[in-house]
Design a protein around this ligand. Sequence first.
Ligand code: HEC
Ligand SMILES: [Cu+2]
Length: 372
Amino acid sequence: MIAPLHTLVAALAADTTPQGTAWLPPAASNIAQSVDPMFYAINWICYIFFFGILAALVYFVVKYRVRKGQAFRSDGPLHHLPLETSWAVVPLLIVIVIFYIGFRDFLNISTPPKNAYVVQVTAQKWAWNFKYPNGATSDDLYVPAGRPVQLTMRASDVLHCCYIPDFRVKKDLVPGRYSYLWFQADDVSGQNPHNLFCTEYCGTGHSTMNRKVHVLAQEDFDAWLVEQSQWLDKIPEEELFFRAGPKIYARCQQCHSLDGTKGIGPSWKGLWSRVHGGEGSNEKFGDGSTYASLIGPGKKYATPEDYLRNSILNPGSELVGGYGNAMPSFKGQLNDKAIDAVIGMMQHLDDFDPKTGKYLKEAPAAPKVSMK
Ligand code: HEC
Ligand SMILES: [Cu+2]
């Protein structure tokens, strides 16, 4: 009984999933080919039993109703062995088949192939970081098409969960533990990257952990990898703050505004003056100390840059008054050059659009010549 239904449903699923259905989003990984038919088969089994039982119920109610002038019958059959055996055995066979196929595919989904391309994934309140074998990092996930990809995942604070609906894969990231997830996407995603969600409610910024998965052809992926690991090195020092600054600020934007609006973190407007002994330098940190008392020669931070750098690498060491310890550390994600770029952006904040972070001036065509 199961086999024909299974095939029928597999045909149905193959017909509908590329565009997605009311039940499932478009299928974009090889795992979907085993998950989807099973999902639809179970769905159909549920329909058949639900409507079958309902129809029998209505039929019996009508057929055996007590008619006018008829006495209530209490001498109906008490047992019917073939009937009772069949309604025990048939569902048992069905669930055994479901278990067999489900467990086989579950093992397959849980066991990454040995030749998989490995991406290291770290989840943190509230960001994803994807790190590739050549050291490149990214906020969105980029993967090569046509080969198995393994995500080796860990969480640095609380439980997170990596869910890519189009790939039919989902796995928790548990602090203090590594977990794996693997998939193979054969089609390049182009203009329609796949969604990646955190599906473990992890605090205020949980909804900012939505990302995209871009599937690139192998040669495009290789080119992207090289570009991604070197883009910062190619920018000359004096152009860093406006060429790299906004690109890095995109990772801070969800919490830090440039126009004075308070967010999850303090606005960068006025930050340069606060750390340089100007307006705001008497504002207090959570522990009662002030900017002026911590920054300066002989103090905890000899220079404002030291303070800013430390705020980015060890966000918990001073908490700006009124804010919680909500910033992820960018240790291992932003190198010194990247930190130079953001600090430069903080310094020249007036040159950037306060809403979008876009650089407002004409980028100089040629490098500046020193007058000294
Ligand atoms: C998830 C939210 C979040 C993100 C993303 C984030 N921050 Fe923060 N940031 C905070 C919070 C909250 C504080 C205040 C508490 C503290 O000092 O740690 C803060 C404080 C700071 C401070 C100190 C500000 C001051 O007024 O003294 C700096 C500098 C800073 N962040 C830089 C960055 C940079 C650079 C990035 C991006 C590369 C970034 N932050 C990304 C939440 C965030
Ligand atoms: Cu999360």
